[in-house]
Design a protein around this ligand. Structure first.
Ligand code: HEM
Length: 179
């Protein structure tokens, strides 16, 4: 997993819980990297899982909730660092439908070792976008937060349903309906 995800995660922890929590997390989580992250580096995905599990323990906030909040935070960061992607899409559905075949493709060119999810897109009608997430990293809750961050950015009013498709959480369907 790319370092930018870790550095943004720790920044969110500092903003929401204070620097003491960052310090506490880094010293009490088993981390092969020893918690030293640079935004362009690459680290084991399991380090992120360990950090989120420990943060959930320390704060009593469920893991899925923390990942959703982090997704929203990460999208805000993306709107600053990758604003050219938003400039190309006039609305949230156009943006979300372009992640797999455009945005993540560009991300992969930038960081050849990035581990990105797969999204299948369906548009059953004008008001509905269906995104089916698949990834061995099982971060559907992060995807939910990113989708929420995206519709917030475009100031749109939608309802998002998250439907697990298999037992281990590696495939999840998101049904996004305009209100
Ligand atoms: C400007 C917009 C976006 C950019 C620049 C971007 C970029 C990235 C980057 C750099 C990673 C980390 C890859 C790694 O650690 O190896 C990532 C992972 C991920 N992205 Fe995006 N992303 C964007 C939008 C989105 C949106 C809107 C969604 C949700 C639908 C999404 C879903 C995910 C998920 C769930 C992961 C975690 C890896 C996994 O589940 O396999 N991304 N993305």
């Amino acid at each position: 997993m790319k370092g930018i995800v870790f550095t943004e995660f720790l920044e969110m922890v500092e903003e929401k819980f204070g620097y003491t929590m960052v310090d506490n997390l880094l010293s009490t989580t088993e981390l092969p990297s020893e918690g030293v992250y640079t935004s362009v580096g690459t680290y084991q995905h399991t380090e992120m899982v360990s950090l989120v599990i420990n943060l959930a323990k320390q704060t009593n906030i469920p893991i899925n909730e923390l990942l959703k909040v982090f997704g929203g935070y990460l999208f805000k960061t993306f709107t600053k660092t990758y604003s050219h992607f938003m400039a190309k899409a006039p609305d949230a559905f156009t943006f979300l439908a372009s992640i797999h075949n455009y945005i993540h493709v560009e991300v992969q060119k930038l960081y050849p070792d990035a581990e990105l999810p797969h999204f299948d897109i369906e548009r059953p009608d004008d008001k509905t976008l269906v995104m089916t997430y698949s990834s061995a990293r099982k971060m559907a809750d992060l995807a939910f937060g990113l989708i929420e961050g995206c519709v917030e950015y475009y100031k749109e009013n939608v309802e998002i349903s998250q439907i697990p498709i298999n037992e281990d959480g590696s495939i999840t369907k998101f049904v996004i309906i305009k209100k």
